[in-house]
Design a protein around this ligand. Sequence first.
Ligand code: NAP
Ligand code: MG
Length: 407
Amino acid sequence: MTDKIKVKTTLVELDGDEMTRVMWRMVKEKLLFPYLDMNIDYYDLHVKHRDDTDDQVTVDAAKAIMKYGVGVKCATITPNEDRVKEYQLKKAWKSPNGTIRAMLDGTVFRKPILVNNIKPNVSSWKKPIIIGRHAYGDVYNNFEMPIPGAGKLEVVFTPQDGSAAQKTLVHDFSGPGIIQINHNLEKSILAFARACFTYALDEKVDLWFSTKDTISKTYDATFREIFDREFEANWKEKFARTGIEYFFTLIDDAVARVMKSEGGMLWALKNYDGDVLSDMVASACGSLAMMTSVLVSPHGWYEYEAAHGTVQKHYYKHLKGEETSSNSMALIFAWTGGLRKRGEMDNTPQVVDFADKLEAAALETVESGTMTGDLLALAEKKPSNRKVNTEGFIDAIAAALQKKIHG
Ligand code: NAP
Ligand code: MG
């Protein structure tokens, strides 16, 4: 056994729930601990522990990411009424991801993991399409109301500084209807723009941004102006040096172009557009278990995780002692993403190299035909294909990794 690779700065680990907690542990024991000497600042976000600490553990974990810079998170239960009963919780605590996102002020980027034996449904796509979704405002924090009958709808803005209120007629209704009022904040849009420029530069990919600014001449146009201004002021030269581009186009034009592209870009989208189009990209690329997710904060903090949930149904089978075939790919990529970023920040190329090798081992395992049930259903049919169980998949990756490291 060669010496373990030293991870210089403490890595923040956020443990989670159900089947992903089971896989998370196996990933650490079989793929990471044998090779890495790392200092881990551990936070147990198991739903029961969040309950015991009145969710303080989630806040502490977010603070630790702010202190050290990089966190790796397992999937967690967002409690609803069923979960409150199941785990006898004090209350339905807020989504940990929501709490952490609010504290880090971050933007979530989602990127599919591509393998050569599972073809995206869009045949031109050769490289991953990464979606950057703005996570504040618009229809998600809107005001809506039914209009019962004829009458005037007016909006009033009352400035805090005591100057005169502005009243504007929105619509003069001649009969029943509906209304919806959206808002957004310059501060949030700027943080979103900065996170997108940061991510594109990190990943060395072009950045596309699209809105409907021809129709929405104030709202969507403000998004565009903020992006354009930020690019000119702080990113233009860095992008040119790296050989990547920032490109704005109308949302409908972007959709048409993406369908004919090779992929390989970051596509920044407003909240609703990102919600809808990230599901389209994920579904065209196959399985939920092949989608990674990273929260990038404009302050330079990162949190890596899988895009999927805790795989609850598989966990109940596991508890009954039945065999499961759950896919740990995105969980592994959460760790490699975090380790690679740690290595880049610490200037420790051997850590980056380890992350590359582990990803390559995981991809080769699937490409050689050894895979979990979700992937077997999608992969090109070949005699070498075989379905393995949850642990068998991680063991196969461990064997491939062992070869890469020890030859
Ligand atoms: P889910 O865990 O994403 O799973 C939904 C279905 O997708 C599974 O039943 C399974 O399909 C398939 N799937 C997802 N990940 C898979 C994997 N790694 N390997 C194989 N198949 C996989 O969503 P959910 O069951 O609706 O949610 C469960 C819990 O997760 C909820 O309590 C929710 O709050 C939480 N959640 C957490 C996060 C997060 O922490 N980021 C995100 C979303 C949801 P089959 O059953 O057909 O095999
Ligand atoms: Mg959605």
